[in-house]
Design a protein around this ligand. Sequence first.
Ligand code: ADP
Ligand code: MG
Length: 704
Amino acid sequence: MNSPPTKTAPGTTTDLSTLPVTALKGVGPKLAEKLANIHVHTVLDLLFHLPLRYQDRTRITPIGSVRHGMEAVIEGVIMGSAIVFGRRRSLLVKVQDGSGITSLRFFHFSAAQKNALKDGARIRCFGEGRWGKSGVELYHPEYEIIDGGEKTLDDRLTPIYPTTEGLHQGRIRSLTEQALTLLARSRALPDLIPDTLSQELKFISLEDALAYLHRPPVDASLQQLQDGTHPAQMRLAFEELLANYLCLRRLREAADQHAAPSLVDKTGLTQQLLEALPFDLTKAQQRVSGEIARDMARTVPMLRLVQGDVGSGKTLVAVIAALHAVANDHQAAIMAPTEILAEQHFLNLAPLLEPLGIDMVYLSGKIKGRQRNEVLQAMASGQARVIVGTHALFQEGVNFSRLGLIVVDEQHRFGVHQRLALREKGNSEGRFPHQLIMTATPIPRTLTMSAYADLDNSIIDELPPGRTPVNTILSPDTRRGEIIERIHRACAEGRQAYWVCTLIEESEALQCQAAEATYAELQQQLPDMRIGLIHGRMKPKEKAEIMQAFKQGELQLLVATTVIEVGVDVPNASLMVIENPERLGLAQLHQLRGRVGRGDTASHCVLLYKSPLSDIAKERLSIMRQSNDGFFIAEKDLEIRGPGEVLGTRQTGLMEFKMADLLRDAHLQPKVKLWSEKIRSSHPDLIEPLIERWLAGSEQYGHV
Ligand code: ADP
Ligand code: MG
């Protein structure tokens, strides 16, 4: 074990985490302000401000081997220069070194410059090779004329830092130089990694890792550094992930100190529901329901994440959990991130709960006036037992009566602190409600480990029997007519189909317009067919009627917006066309596609894309053709779009790391988890300093 972190008294110059950058030579208020723009306030921040990339100026590259896109130092003799008049006037200087000839091209140049670049002069340049008129050229290279004497080369790779306007690379380099000197002299950055861990993973010290990354030696692998896979980078990423994991675990520990009502269904309400169902629970549903029941029986609040592929029957699991609350004279709140999703839940739950005599209400921002007052009244009096809604459920002026359970659907659009805020809202007489978090889309395992380490995890890894995998077809919109004809024939044979119109997700209004236009077009082209339209701007009653008509087979084709993403369930519908699928995330496409393949006939999903499609888009969509497995698709989605998109946190700035990259470093997660647990049991003194070092001031953790 290392010596415990040396606590330096605040104000002494060795504590780099509190030492302001203004303590460095040459940093006045102006420069400090610029540094603040890139989130550098202290000397430690500066040390953690690592290069984006590196240049290799340590050796001379023969001109003959400079390629397009390659950054290199070259040295040679000037063989003639000329002003050329192409699209733009430029100065072209030919340089030769025995291995080849290249041209330097300058679009801006002074007369003095032109004169200095004279024939026979020896010149050394640094620049990036580019395809030009005369082969590979260097545009505006840095250069110097070598007039006799040996010029030395750099003995380190040159770091290129993320920066801001008016803050030059040279300046940041000289500041990091000072910071590194301070670091080496003060040895003020204790290693917070247990020796046993360092040995097992062959870690270098934090100090060495930082020194290495700021000033890599000549023999460093540029490729590794560029890919972020260098051991020094991994060493830092690992420590940051450790800190993140430990922080989430600490949050959980704090939550475990709270009290919650023990909710065991002794009334047989659950049994009543199960007996009324036309099917049995799958083994996976039984297992997960059992896990939830055990949690809810305890007197500490449940914090559980339930994941399951589309159609795996998560709703039922949530309903059973709600019954545990209701059976104990408590309320259950079910919250979805959008109005449409919340409404769908309400419509789906009503037929399950109403026969049991359970009062339900629905609340969203759109519910106003007298209706709203009635809902609020029913909630506050405890008459309403199951409450479904949007964020509106947790606003000022909304009161519950003995809230025993909160179910949050589609958690990936909520952040850690929203989770905590919800819990606060349900706090009554020092007791907290149980919390169940359901993701409509599976989350890759490694992401679960880093983003949801404060939650217990249940997976419904089985679909109800009788589902047939959906056959997915990619088709360009140039074949739209053909697709319409296929739908026509299939519906004539008694099948039913969805036609899904997508547009930019954010714009519900535009999406509805698109659906209306497509509806009109299809009606015109298929006059003998019974076609319906459903979108988010229709009244709930209208929507329910349309869905009912589709369910009963009165409508053959349903034109819809992504409204039907969740909750719609018509087993006889076995065809789906999704327009402009390239606009949606894979997880969302998978959700949509999950609306078909629910009966026993073979189902088809046509992804009718707008051609031409970029290679990346093509690759993305072909994943949909390859797989029907939501977890596999989620992994791919993560690879292509990154964790911010997949977790839905990109806009919120949650889960941002200094060093770690959730995708690149995913393979580290199992070890991070293992070692976090070891640190919790054997080195608890390291937890606080680790969190402090990596996460201090991070908003995400402000609500502990
Ligand atoms: P999701 O996990 O996508 O939210 P749902 O809860 O909407 O899935 O369930 C999808 C459909 O499967 C619903 O129609 C539901 O009634 C049905 N279902 C759920 N559990 C079972 C089961 N054990 N056997 C057969 N059908 C089931
Ligand atoms: Mg669902």
